[in-house]
Design a protein around this ligand. Sequence first.
Ligand code: ACO
Length: 442
Amino acid sequence: MAQSKSSATSTLTGVGGRVAIVDALRTPFARIATHFREHNVVDLGAMAVAELAARNNLSATDIDQIIFGQTIMASGTQFIGREVALACGMPDVDAYSVTRACATSFQTTANATESILLGRADVVVAGGADSTSDAPIPVSKKLAAALRDANFAKTMSQRVKILSRLRPKDLLPTAPAITEFSTGLLMGESAEQMAKSWNVSRAEQDDIAHASHSNAARAWAEGRMDDFVISAFLDDGKGGTRPLREDNLVRGNSQREGYDKLRPVFDKKLGTVTAANASPLTDGGAAMVLMSEERAKALGHQPLAYIRGYSFAAKTPETDLLMGPVLATPAALEQAGVTLKDLDLVDMHEAFAAQIACNLRGLASRDYIRKWTGRDKAVGEVDTSKLNVNGGSIAYGHPFGATGARVIGQTAHELKRRGGGLALTTACAAGGIGAAMVIESA
Ligand SMILES: CC(=O)SCCNC(=O)CCNC(=O)[C@H](O)C(C)(C)COP(=O)(O)OP(=O)(O)OC[C@H]1O[C@@H](n2cnc3c(N)ncnc32)[C@H](O)[C@@H]1OP(=O)(O)O
């Protein structure tokens, strides 16, 4: 493959040159309550960061900062950036946490990029993790209020009086749900609304999901995940550990007929979103090490890719919640000085197959781009042979905080494997947010 088709060189340069993605990796991704059921989010992040440091001969003194994110705030692990640094034995490394829903590790990567461009850091670890298995199980509002009041009660009789007001039904836990706070809608309900508004059929969604699994299975079979997915070490129950090497959500034997049999989940009567064409609940972590071009050269690293432009954008969440990639992409392409035609790869986070179909329609729609970005030109029709070539979140899963680093890192490895090229990576997120980042091969 030829080098990046655009003749323009990156405008995204700072005091140390461009920003290099020197390495990227992730843990295997596991379905909720399976391999990582005993691990919390810090474990998952630390697995990725510790291996990243070891693989790149980075000691704590080499790393200026760790920027990490999570979206599920499990008890006691809210400060994941710092907790990961400590868990990796790097108490002297400055660290902080960022959250931006499903675009969280797009943001940690952007923050790392900005620190490097400004010359405030030369080596930054960015990434994210989430454990859906360790999500807090909410209790009823009545139980929460009673426990709070009982905790602050002065006497035992006051405590007993408060707790005696509870009824058996108040004691039942509430199932955790992925709900948009401002609208009260489940993400899957928003995907249903989008499928209906943009006329996305069930068959189109199932084709996208089947392609995701087929591409992911092929990527694994061809060794394309070998440098990206690390082994995780799990308790073997005998006082030792056993290695976990592979994801457990990718369906190597994905059969298109199998998709037709599933019933819709979020609109049981008229819906089209099923367990097969939605991203599943997942545990995992991902991390990248970014360096200034000068520092990467000085340390003798051959980067995977360079960051060429990025953007974040937002829209009202009431309808079309997951259209963020359409809003963020134009500015990212502009900053990178390229157009859709220049791209060799497009990697778009698959929250739902319906969202992918709607995002592709939006990118091709001049009216939609004009309405939401004020620009007068559509981004264009994405060539689907360049889209998610190694599979996406429907197949791999979607540990929310890790997904951005998974998408960017997977694409950076693919550019390196191809020996050249230019790629758009993008994700939708809760709140009507979108992230887009253009990377070029090193
Ligand atoms: C910005 C954003 O990213 S927003 C997105 C945020 N994420 C979400 O909202 C998560 C959405 N996903 C979910 O909530 C869950 O995955 C659900 C509710 C859709 C499905 O959950 P579950 O019912 O637990 O899924 P599960 O994996 O058990 O699959 C259900 C069935 O479908 C089958 N199935 C799943 N995928 C496939 C497939 N590709 N082909 C054939 N069958 C399949 C399973 O085998 C299972 O069959 P069984 O009941 O006979 O065992």
